[in-house]
Design a protein around this ligand. Structure first.
Ligand SMILES: [Zn+2]
Length: 392
């Protein structure tokens, strides 16, 4: 829980139960956040950060003092991780409006999954620029919220899983460049953070933790996959609930983090792990995700909180709006004001059946808790994770 405190500080409750004071978070966004991308019929064509910004505005939760504008990462910056041929191929294809079949084959874009659409290059480069800026704010000791980031599947030389570049890699890289010697990356998206794990496979200054749905694309991140010793993977069963997330946090994630003692944390908080997402089978409440983010970032101080996946526009807009409220130390309303409800009621999504749309998605910000039994499979995953990482 977060409470307001005077003198531009908010109180946050850390994983050990203690309270700490820190400056309220900053929101990193760009004009791209307000414009749709991906063309029609793509799961990412729904309003996402634009709806979050509208909801936040309707609640009086954003103003010039808390907003920071992403810039476009340059080709030189992108080349610190991505293959220059890939960067140039995406730029040139975007400019030409078409993709050569050989380029499509080699670099994985220009297909349904990672379509070419006008402005794709600048949009992807702006997500990277936003994550670099978020890391720079974290280097000043702040918590930076960049919900347009979280493209955790992007590979060095190819697009993958709706991701062209990999902005979390740049957030982590900028923190390392800034002199941080231990960065913890926690990925709460429903899909394995494969691109980030791969990028830091040989980097002892980075630990990567991913909680994701077992049996889902990209089918990596098995429980015994520790990379080269720096990764912790927790593949969870469908129906994963709040109590089970709490169990994994308490028994694996927080002790793993405490052992590493990070100086900064980067979190990818996709909303596809929430109940009601059409592309995953997990069943968390948004409150469980907010608590998880707050607990993993609290002990480190500087933090970058990114978005990620999420294909239900109602659960996404409520989750990231509420997350911003929590990171900013604001009081969350039990019932949303009419203007906010109107924004939520105006959203549409082809992937969610009308019968599955919950009236509470229009009226409230916080979900009811989705607690339940901690299944044996989750307990055994926790025991295995502890054993693999030397926690008896
Ligand atoms: Zn995802």
């Amino acid at each position: 829980m977060v409470a307001s405190a005077p003198a531009q500080q908010i109180l946050v409750h850390c994983s050990n139960g203690a309270a700490a004071a820190r400056a309220p978070a900053l929101f990193v966004a760009s004009d791209f956040c307000r414009r749709p991308g991906f063309g029609r019929h793509h799961p990412l064509s729904i309003p996402r950060v634009s709806a979050v910004l509208e909801l936040c505005a309707s609640l009086g939760w954003v103003d010039d003092r808390c907003m920071r504008t992403s810039r476009v990462a340059t080709a030189e910056e992108l080349a610190r991780y991505h293959d220059p041929d890939y960067i140039e191929a995406l730029r040139a294809s975007d400019a030409a409006g078409c993709v050569d079949p050989a380029v499509r084959e080699r670099h994985g874009f220009g297909n349904f999954e990672n379509p070419l659409f006008p402005g794709v290059f600048e949009r992807a480069a702006t997500a990277v620029g936003g994550s670099i800026l978020a890391a720079e704010l974290a280097l000043e000791g702040r918590v930076a919220f960049h919900p347009a980031g979280g493209t955790h599947h992007g590979r060095r030389d190819r697009a993958s899983g709706f991701c062209y570049f990999n902005d979390p890699v740049f957030a982590i890289g900028r923190l390392l460049e800034g002199g941080i010697s231990r960065v913890l990356y926690v990925d709460l998206d429903a899909h394995h953070g494969d691109g980030v794990q791969e990028a830091f496979l040989d980097e002892p200054r980075v630990r990567v933790v991913s909680i994701h749905e077992r049996g889902r694309w990209p089918h990596s991140g098995a429980a015994d996959d520790v990379g080269r010793g720096y990764a912790c993977n927790l593949p969870v069963p469908a129906g994963f609930n709040d109590s089970e997330l709490e169990h994994l946090l308490e028994s694996v994630v927080l002790p793993f983090a405490a052992e590493f003692a990070p100086q900064a944390v980067v979190v990818t908080c996709g909303t596809d792990a929430l109940a009601g997402d059409p592309l995953s089978g997990l069943a968390l409440s948004n409150v469980a995700l907010w608590d998880a983010v707050e607990r993993v970032i609290c002990d480190a101080g500087p933090a970058v909180v990114l978005g990620g996946g999420g294909y239900n526009p109602w659960t996404l807009a409520r989750c990231w709006t509420g997350l911003w409220g929590r990171l900013r130390g604001l009081e969350l309303p039990d019932e949303l004001p009419v203007a906010a409800q109107r924004i939520l009621r105006s959203l549409e999504c082809d992937l969610v059946e009308d019968d599955d749309v919950d009236e509470a998605w229009f009226r409230t910000l916080a979900d009811a808790p989705r607690s339940g039994a901690v299944r044996e499979e989750v307990k055994s995953l926790a025991r295995r994770g502890r054993a693999l990482h030397g926690m008896a």
